[in-house]
Structure formats: structure tokens, C-alpha cells
Design a binder for this molecule. Sequence first.
Ligand code: DGJ
Length: 745
Amino acid sequence: MPITWNASTREFRLGNGSVSYVLTVLEDGSLGTLHFGAPLHGMGARGAKPAGGAFHGFSNRLDEPVALECPTPGSGDYRAPALVVEHADGSSVLQFAYRAHRISPGKPPIPGLPATYAEAGDGAETLEVELVDARSATEATLLYSVFREFPVVVRSMRIRNAGKEALRIRCVMSASVDLPDDDWLLLTLSGAWGRERHVQVRPLRPGRQSVASVRGASGHEHNPFLALTRSHITETSGEAIGVSLVYSGNFLAEAEVGLYRTTRLRIGLNPEGFCWTLAPGEELATPEAVLAYTSDGLGTLSDAYHRLYRTRLARGVWRDRPRPVLLNNWEGTYFAFDEARLIAMAEAASSLGIELFVLDDGWFGRRDSDDSSLGDWIVDRRKLPNGIDGLARRVEELGLRFGLWIEPEMVSKRSELFEQHPDWAIGIPGRERTEGRNQYVLDMGRPEVVEHLYDALSQLLASAPISYVKWDMNRSITEPYSLALPPERQGEFFHRYMLGVYDLYRRLTTAFPEVLFESCAGGGGRFDPGMLAFAPQTWTSDDTDAVERLRIQWGTSLCYPPSSMAAHVSAVPNHQTGRITPLSTRAAVAFFGVLGYELDPTALSPEDAREIVAQVVLYKEHRELFQGGRFLRLRSPLDGDRNETAWMVVSADRRHGAVGYYRILNPPNPGPRLLRLRGLEPDQTYRVSVWPDGDNAIARANAGQRRGDELMAVGLAVDARGTSLAERGDFSASVFLLDADDEMT
Ligand code: DGJ
């Protein structure tokens, strides 16, 4: 039983062999945390401690190790709260006491919000604990779900106003956990457009340290994920705690070190600018937080998130289907295309073995640049005289599936939609709206806007054989304000926006279950678990430069599986950095995700075309491994002289693996260098082959049979001496393929 209640000690024990969460109902009725982290088989009588009572006037009233599960302000806990409400009289104090609980099999959905789910056989259970503040009749239901096979506890909260007067929620976290020490490093995934999710690590210090978004989307700047790690953490050893939020809008993820050097971790909706009114009888559900624990290093932490998000967050037919290799026309044409050009590209893509042709921005309205037509989801017949249907059918005749780009949440000033409904664009009456990328954002919190978009987009998707949709979102929100909300409810704006986006996603993915959705926000500006619940893959970054992608994909892999990372090979000089890297290196990086090409295939040299054919063949042959294998990070692009990166994927049965090794600059006289692998079967003999193949020194040094124990203890030779001048050079990469060779065992 993953969840038990002991009525005599008044303790809840949640967990499995990998994680434990122990809660207790304290003497004054409040719900306290006894432990989160390492799996426990028993626990002493600390739960007898009362909460609250008198306190030394300048400390915290709570004895810090016995923290509360739902800390609130105003009663002597001066750290950041999990819940702040404003009662009708303007006061904020809540004194929550346990009222009831329920333990049930499985995991309930959260109305209106994306969430992980349980399937029969998962051994999942959910605990709901009801707390009530008697004076105001405010109810908080804390939800905890545990799966048998994952080292995670999934938390969320529901607040209900059972009182007679309206209540204003000013802050509501999805999870708040107190840890007994501060001896942690804080790891976040931060960056900007074109360099998303770079790993940042810093020691915890007294006070609050956080990452957050106020942009209306999770954003390029910070990801709704953080980890606390012990200072000696490696990929394979050391304690780590992760918190990740299944949400795509304004979030806060924070660690606070208090005066007794304990640490409070919080994650949830960003309280900045947030205020939600609950009328009597109404309730609000928070997004869910996924708390993970390991004592076996960062690799195990990532593994937990990868497995959970790939199999119990992603859903629908595309969860387990191999994803197609695509060609996206964006960098090949930008806005300058017509039907003949696209068909020529699709023909060339087909001859390369590509499976899906994606028409990106510029096909609708009169969109010859980024300053018009968003919102007018009607084909531009000047460019495509036979419509989307005509083009899609032609593409299908060439043996490819057809995919289309949309940006539903936006409207251009120069568009019919804006002319008809200027009030649908977000803005404050009497103030200028700020354009971002020459466009405005639609108020997705208004049901009529979502309704209109559903009608327009479902007609579009039904009008042609469209197998894939890239859903883009290209600006942050400014002048947040909804004409549909009264002044006192404007603090609900951002969350209502996300609820509207989720509603549209849910309706479209339900109506078109066979369509593969890929989410995007100017590259990876909304790469988060909320999006993955609808779109199982995300455009990782607009930056397709192979060197930059090493850091981006490395950081992204801390929380997200390769099946979620769309990774494309683009032309050189790279459009973002101007860098020229070998075609094989660009592919060797993109293989470790969902492979695509983002170039003009009609402009390829015969050698490059031949090479791409071979790349696509190789990827398809190992596609399930690349997309669904266990991903292990081997050598960090952030370590040492930052010149090398290596990672690998291993199949579930450990019979197959693929290793990517990348070297940025070619050092003179490097000496022999070995790369130790992980995750293999020690007794298994593997046939090692090297890509790019041919007679090169790395291939000569490694090809052949090797046992798993040797590959893990000794490793692959990655800087083979004797490399000829032609094989040397900067930006090099090798992919090693490992296949069980039973005849040799
Ligand atoms: C931003 C995306 O990240 C790109 O891939 C491309 O779709 C452009 N938008 C199109 O406007």
C-alpha cells in the first residue's frame, strides 16, 4: 500500500521503495510534515510535537523541523507561505485543522488543468486531506498521489470557500515542503531565446532564491523546475530533490533558507499580480507539482521525470508511436514560398527518406512578413492556389504526411480578425497596446475567443489531410487586462488565460486524436510539463546550431525526455550563430531527440543529400532507441574546459544503446581519451559500430565486440591517435551504436 494512515499515531505514510513522505496531524489539529525524501520503513515519535503555541518573540512560532503542510501568514511563521487569503474583513490569518481524509486508488484529474495520470496496474493511490479554518469556513484539500514505480509524490491543492462572504486568494502554491537543513545546491534551468534551459547551479543562502515567470508563459528565461542537490552530487550518486510544475503560465519555484537554516521549497502559480476571488461555494484547484527524490544522483532524478512524463503525462495515440522524421520549411524559405516551391521541397524531402512535410508560418491571410494576418486562418491563394487541401494531397502523393503551423493565441493589427474584434486583443482601455513581434495576444480567458478559435481551427484541420500541427506562441504578454473581468478580478487574468489555452488544446486534441501536436513558443519558450500533456513534443529551441544545442539539450534533459525534444538539422552558416559545423555533427546532436530537418532540401549538394539519406536511414533504424530509450548524461558541456559533451540512450532491455560524443575544438596532442558508458548489461557482449562509418581512426579503435562491463569500466576510445589530417577539425562528433551480440556471449 503506497499510502497508509495510522489512527493511533495520526500519521500518514506515503511512498514506495524509493521515496517517503510522512505527514502527521498535530495536537492542535494542523497537518505537519515529518519527512520528505529517502524511503523510510519506520519513524520515531516526533509526530507527538504540538504545533504553534507561544514562541520566543523573534523566532518562528513553529518549531521548524515540524513544519506545516500548508503554512499561512500572520500566526508566527515568517517564511514564505503556501496559501494567502484575504477575508472579507481584510485580515489574512487562517488556522487550518484536520477534518477528514480519503485514500483512493488511482489518481483523479484536475478540472481544467493538465496533470499526470495513473493507469490500471500502476499501483497508484491518492490521499486527500481536508483542512478547515473554522472561523472563516475556508477549506483546503491537499492532494498527494504516489505511483508504485516512480520515486515521486505528486501534489496539488483545492481551496473552497464554504463561508458566506467572498474570499480573495492572493497566493496558492501547489506544494510547499520544509527540509531540515540547508546544505544544498540550487539547480535551475535558465537562459533566454536561443539559449534556453542552460543549467545554473548555486549554493543556497539565507533568504529566498527563486525562478519565476510573469510573462504569461513559462518562458525562455526560467523553467518551472528546480532541483536541490548535495554538493558532491554526480550523475550516479548523491541526494537530490526535484520539483516540477505541470503548468505553462506564470509560475514561481523557490527555496527559502530560514533562520534555523532549514529550507522551504515552494512551487506553484506566481503570486505576483495574482488574486483570485472565490465567491461562497466556489473553489479553485492548483496545478500539480511533481516532487522527486533520489540518493543516486542526477541521472536517477532525470530518469524519474523522463519515465513519468513520457508515459504518464503525455497521452493519446502519439504517446507510444514512433514520431516521424520531418522537414520544416521555415529556415529554408521563411515567408517566401509558393506551391511549386513547397512541392519541390517535399519531392526532395521524400527522396531523402523524410516522412512528414511541415508548412510553417506564412500560408494564411496575406502574410509575407511577420506584421500581418495572424488570426485569419484562411489559406493565402496567391501562394497556394489549390489551398491547404490541394497542397496536402500533393504532399501525400509524394509519400509524405502533411503538417501545418498555427499560432492560435495571436492576432495581427493588420488582420480581419482584429478589424472585427479589436476588443479580443489583450489591452487596457485608454492605453496603447504594446506590439511584440508586430502582434497582439488574444484574451484566451474569454470563452467566446476560445470558441471562435476552436471553430476556425477545427474547420481547418478537417479541411485537409493534416497529420501534424505546430502550435506556436511568439510573444510575452503586456498590458494584462481582460474586458470580461470586473476590476476586482483582474488578478485572475493570467491564470484564466492559461485555462483558456488548455481548453482549446483539450478540445482540438480530443476532436483530432490522430494529429500529432508539437508545441512551440519562439523555440523553447513554453517547454514545460503542462504543454507535454497535450503535445508530446516541443520545439526545443530556435537555435539549431549543433554546439549551442549541446547545452540546450543537456539542460532540457534534466527534466524532459528525448521524446519531448524536437531537434532539427539546419543549414550552415547557422542562421542563429553564423557557425559552420559538419553536417554529421548537426545530425549526431539531433539524433538524440525527435529528428527533423529545417533547410531547403532542393539546395543540397549531391554529397549532402547522400549523407542525409544515410542519416535518416540510421535514425529510423534506431528510432525507438533514440526517442524512447533511457537517456544518460555522460560528460557535461559545462565541466572542465567545456570542450566535450557525451550522452547515451539505452533500450529498456539493455540490448541496444547509442552514444553521442561531441568535441567542440580540436585540441592538439590530446593523448588517449576514454569515455566510460553506463546503464549497460555487464555480462552482455555488444557489437560496437561507429557513425559516421568508413575508415577512420575512431572506428578502427572501437569497432568490434565489447562486453558491457568493459564498456562501463574502461570505455570507448574517443580521441583515437593516428587520426589523419582530413579527420581532424573542430566541431566533431561520433555516434557509437551498441547491439547485443548473443553469439559472442
Ligand atoms: C518561431 C518558431 O520557433 C519558429 O520555428 C518558426 O515557427 C517561427 N516562429 C515562425 O514565425
